[in-house]
Design a protein around this ligand. Structure first.
Ligand code: TGC
Ligand code: FAD
Length: 390
């Protein structure tokens, strides 16, 4: 009874396994117990609540689909999605931390790293003992990461890394960073940079109105000596970071549904209780239209990611299919947050309710991991065969 309300208008639970439901319910109960009570204050104070790191590890949020031999939870892609959904019901910033750790740090080490790198980093990242960040975006290269200028030179017994990354989730407290940089031939490689390496600094970016419970910052490299064993050997080129993004964007497509559900639940409850003109505002057609459209959009989004999860489990999901789901579901959640806020009237602008926090968070989610425009152009390229980027 003290769980969140969770709309399931099309009995989608019937399509999930018992294990999926157990994993989802455990994540949901943890968010309700350990995240909901503290998250508003953390966001107001612009602080990432580090106290929840062990809990995130416990519910399998760090590397849900990474094999158990490396400390991951060894789950399927639908379980991964459900965990992200439940975390984002609490807050998109907390989900961001989990997305980065799992799909942008553990995934490339698992997929592109060697056995020594997997054994060194993955178990500590899975347990939350070490936290990671992912450096792709630069001050002058956001949507166009292929233009990056961060670079490294082969100095014989080590590499020398120079450059800067901006807008990096978890950077201010990360222990390790997976950083994308060009070698002397201009080929992109992934390097694992560790806190404490001389010339490496991670200043925080302040005054955000969005994702305030997530720490964002820079990664600055001034002649940082990188041991050669820290280069990820098994994939290079822009396709390497883009492969990580496929996995993170998939999780975000699920996560956004969690934020949307929380806004919808809150607005529905409020509309049934708030009396104006002698009756609940939910009895007015205008408010019913908003609520009915919300549940329709949430239901469509749920079906989209469930099918995408099946394709991903079979190894068949394409980048363009993932783009469609990320774009649709984040846009859906942001629109629902804006409508839900209006249903609450003045109460909607306060921290008494989660809606405005979700709304502000989603302004980042619709921009990061590929903007709303970029994902549309990926779909456009896929269906026409014509590349709008070149
Ligand atoms: P393009 O020429 O199309 O591709 C370059 C090379 O990559 C290959 N490729 C992929 N490989 C694997 N997986 C994918 N999904 C791939 N997509 C493309 C492609 O075949 C090519 O290979 P090759 O061998 O021919 O070189 O690249 P482009 O320069 O034209 O750019 C394409 C574009 C714009 C779609 C892409 O760069 C893009 O997606 N831009 C958006 C950038 C972005 O999403 N950044 C996210 C940064 S991380 C972040 O925001 C974290 S937020 C925190 C959180 O997650 O919570
Ligand atoms: P730009 O690329 O400058 O785009 C500006 C506008 O131009 C956008 O509306 C865009 O859609 C549009 N535009 C760009 N190109 C085209 C085009 N070809 N056609 C039409 N319109 C176009 N990055 C990381 O590497 N790691 C992280 O952990 C990370 N975390 C983040 C956390 C937060 C809170 C935020 C806000 C961002 C984060 N990012 C991270 C960066 C994020 O991925 C970039 O902000 C995003 O890719 C967009 O880049 P940009 O901000 O430079 O915008």
């Amino acid at each position: 009874p003290d769980l969140f309300e969770a709309p399931d208008y099309y009995n989608i639970d019937d399509l999930l396994s018992e294990e999926h439901k157990l994993i989802r319910d455990a994540a949901r109960a943890w968010v309700k117990r350990d995240v909901s009570p503290i998250i508003e204050e953390a966001a107001q104070n612009a602080e990432f609540p580090k106290s929840i790191i062990p809990g995130l590890a416990e519910i399998g949020a760090f590397g849900p689909y990474i094999p158990e031999e490396y400390g991951g939870a060894g789950l399927d892609q639908i379980s991964y999605g459900l965990i992200m959904q439940e975390i984002e019901r609490g807050d998109s910033g907390v989900r961001s931390t989990a997305s980065v750790q799992s799909s942008l740090v553990m995934y490339p080490i698992w997929k592109y790293g060697n056995e020594a790198q997997r054994n060194k980093y993955l178990p500590k990242l899975a347990s939350g003992e070490w936290m990671g960040s992912f450096g792709l975006t630069e001050p002058d290269h956001g949507s166009n990461p292929g233009g990056m200028v961060t670079n490294f030179k082969d100095m014989g017994d080590h590499y020398l890394l120079n450059g800067a990354k901006l807008w990096i989730s978890n950077s201010p407290f990360c222990d390790v960073a997976v950083v994308w940089a060009k070698n002397e031939e201009g080929r992109i490689h992934g390097l694992v940079v560790e806190r404490g390496m001389e010339g490496f600094s991670t200043p925080e970016t302040h005054n955000k109105w969005s994702l305030r419970a997530s720490a964002t910052g820079e990664l600055i490299f001034q002649d940082v000596k990188i041991p050669k064993e820290n280069l990820l050997p098994n994939k290079s080129g822009l396709g390497a970071p883009l492969g990580c993004l496929d996995s993170a964007r998939y999780g975000i497509a699920w996560g956004a549904i969690g934020a949307a559900m929380d806004c919808y639940d809150t607005a529905l409850r409020y509309a049934k209780e708030r009396i104006q003109f002698g009756k609940p505002i939910g009895a007015f057609q205008l408010q019913q239209k908003k609520l009915a459209e919300m549940i329709t959009e949430i239901t469509k989004a749920q079906l989209l990611v469930l099918r995408l999860g099946q394709l991903k489990n079979e190894g068949k999901a394409t980048t363009a299919q993932i783009s469609m789901a990320k774009r649709n579901n984040v846009d859906m959640a942001l629109k629902i947050a804006r409508e839900a806020r209006q249903i609450l009237g003045a109460m909607g602008i306060t921290g008494e309710y989660s809606i405005m926090r979700h709304m502000m968070n989603l302004e980042s989610v619709i921009t990061y991991e590929g903007t709303h425009d970029i994902h549309l152009l990926i779909t456009g390229m896929d269906i026409t065969g014509l590349n709008a980027f070149k």
